[in-house]
Design a protein around this ligand. Sequence first.
Ligand code: THU
Length: 146
Amino acid sequence: MSDSSSNQPSSGAPLERAAELIETATQARLRAQAQFSQFKVGAALLSSQGQVFSGCNVENASYGLTMCAERVAIFKAISEGVTEFEAICVVADTQTLTPPCGSCRQLIWEKCGDIPVLLANLRGDSRQFTSGQLLPFPFDRSSLTS
Ligand code: THU
């Protein structure tokens, strides 16, 4: 799935600030602490008010404590009082674009709603999905009603 000649989205309108989000996620990726997997990921989360929150993965010797780049960005934003989001971008150094893991898909869906998810690598490939496409038939607060 390493598309893409022209950043054509598979769904939704192309993001106006795609290049900026990719650059922010690329820079954040350099700060990743991935000493166990060597797999560095960067994320950039665009709020509805236009702020951009970055994130990188942070690994720990107790592996299960690892936090993904996307979740770092989302938690940073929420902790700053920002709760409305427009898009998220994920960057890794892979030929096949790196999609969010299952936990991150759940969190993106629950905290950001159905937003564009822009995936990019360091070779200039990118492709846009929506969080709804990446997590069909989700469990969320609407599932908690009997
Ligand atoms: N990782 C992310 O940061 N985001 C994802 O969605 C996929 C996985 C990180 C977690 C771990 O530090 C490394 O990539 C390898 O799984």
